[in-house]
Design a protein. Structure first.
Length: 421
């Protein structure tokens, strides 16, 4: 029973860590990076008021009534963001029960919304945020066809963790998707293009007679999602790998005039100039360095560096949902493979904020932005560095998770006299 209480207590931290009102805080003496990996401010005073960044100044005064957090000799950044997870939608991937991330039998895969399945009490959230990751994109991993519904952006603490409900409309256009949707890329693309052509604004006006126009239409969640896409309210997130398919995605963007983002994209670096010219960002795992199938023969650990050098906006994926916290380690690997440090930090802050439509409230340490702030005991991209303090929307989050509770519980086990020498 005591172990169960330990696990349940850690889960509840995901909901209760942030209170109803945020305190006033001054983080002093550290080296702050105000614009992702840029905007370096030495001896910084970061003021947090009402859950927002109030100011960042060098050697600034601390107003009366502010609690001071001494960051002398430490680094201060915006809380990092993982740009693709199933957080809150799954706990044990191979469990016999429902896995909300897999909508395998959903009749309407386009209209799926994360908010109806999201569980803020997942133990993965505390595990993630104590490593300095304060935001994430969460969405569905599978469906009966190529569409994967609408992903959401979440904050990793607070009463209402979903900060953007319709962040992207996702679609799978890789080899595996082609296999189960017509058993040919030609069939897959035909289905997708036909659906988008039918969903263009005004596409069916000529086919409606006057009687039908006067009828009140039924709510159609798929139509609502596609309307958001064509209105520019969210981009199409396309999972794709090989160069030829990526070139088809560029043509898709040109044909329909919609915003497009690539994810996975093993061979995106091979058409980096074309992607930069088309304004298509890439969300990727920079540690992938070996082919996994015939779709990804061009995989290289230098992909992130090459895409950045060509002017492509890059954001980072973690290795998997269970290890979302390792998105920070992934960024360090990208630097080891040639990506500038500043760009790697941008790929977890300002870039995903812009890609997923939350740049007005998150991504930089600017006045008026949500105070997602992390105080690190060194360079955050170094393997042995860890957070000393994590703030999410202005509230300091306890650096406690199921893992730390189990560590503390069993770190000093009493020994049976039979084993004592």
């Amino acid at each position: 029973m005591s172990i169960m209480k330990t696990l349940m207590g850690a889960s509840l931290l995901a909901i209760t860590a942030v209170g109803a009102s945020a305190e006033d805080v001054a983080i002093t003496g550290g080296t702050a990076f105000t614009m992702g990996g840029k905007g370096k401010v030495e001896n910084a005073t970061v003021l947090i008021h009402d859950g927002k960044v109030q100011s960042v100044t060098s050697g600034g005064e601390v107003p009366a009534g502010y609690r001071t957090v001494d960051a002398s000799g430490k680094w201060v950044t915006t809380g990092f963001m993982a740009s693709g997870t199933n957080l809150g939608l799954m706990e044990v991937g191979l469990s016999g029960g429902i896995n909300d991330a897999r909508a395998s039998d959903a009749k309407n895969s386009i209209g799926l919304e994360v908010s109806y399945a999201f569980n803020p009490a997942t133990t993965f959230i505390p595990n993630t945020r104590i490593e300095g990751v304060t935001r994430a994109v969460t969405g569905f991993s599978a469906s009966k066809d190529m569409w994967r519904g609408q992903s959401a952006v979440i904050a990793l603490a607070g009463d209402n963790m979903i900060v953007k409900e319709h962040a992207v409309l996702s679609i799978d256009m890789d080899e595996g998707s082609a296999e189960k949707n017509g058993d040919s890329r030609a069939a897959l693309w035909d289905m997708v293009i036909t659906k988008l052509e039918e969903s263009r604004p005004g596409a069916d006006d000529d086919n409606k007679d006057d009687a039908k126009k006067d009828k009140k239409p039924k709510y159609d969640s798929a139509k609502a999602a596609l309307d958001r896409l064509f209105a520019g309210e969210m981009p199409l997130l396309v999972e794709v790998e090989r160069k030829a398919d990526i070139l088809n995605v560029i043509k898709l963007k040109e044909r329909f005039g919609i915003d497009v983002v690539l994810t996975s994209a093993a061979e995106a670096w091979m058409v980096a100039d074309e992607l930069a010219a088309a304004g298509i960002p890439v969300v990727m795992n920079p540690t992938r360095n070996l082919p996994e199938d015939f779709d990804s023969l061009g995989t290289t650990g230098a992909a992130a560096a090459r895409l950045h050098a060509a002017g492509v906006k890059v954001a980072f994926l973690p290795p998997d949902t269970n290890n979302t916290r390792l998105v920070v380690q992934n960024a360090g690997n990208a630097v080891a493979m040639g990506m500038p440090w500043e760009a790697a930090v941008d790929a977890m802050t300002v870039n995903p904020a812009e890609i997923f439509g939350i740049a007005d409230s998150y991504g930089t340490l600017e006045a008026g932005k949500d105070a997602d702030v992390v105080v690190w005991n060194g360079d955050p991209l170094e393997l042995m560095t860890s957070p000393d303090a994590v703030f999410i929307r202005g509230e300091e989050v306890p650096l406690v998770s199921r893992q730390t509770k189990l560590r503390d519980r069993y770190i000093d086990l009493p020994r049976s006299p039979a084993y004592v020498k």
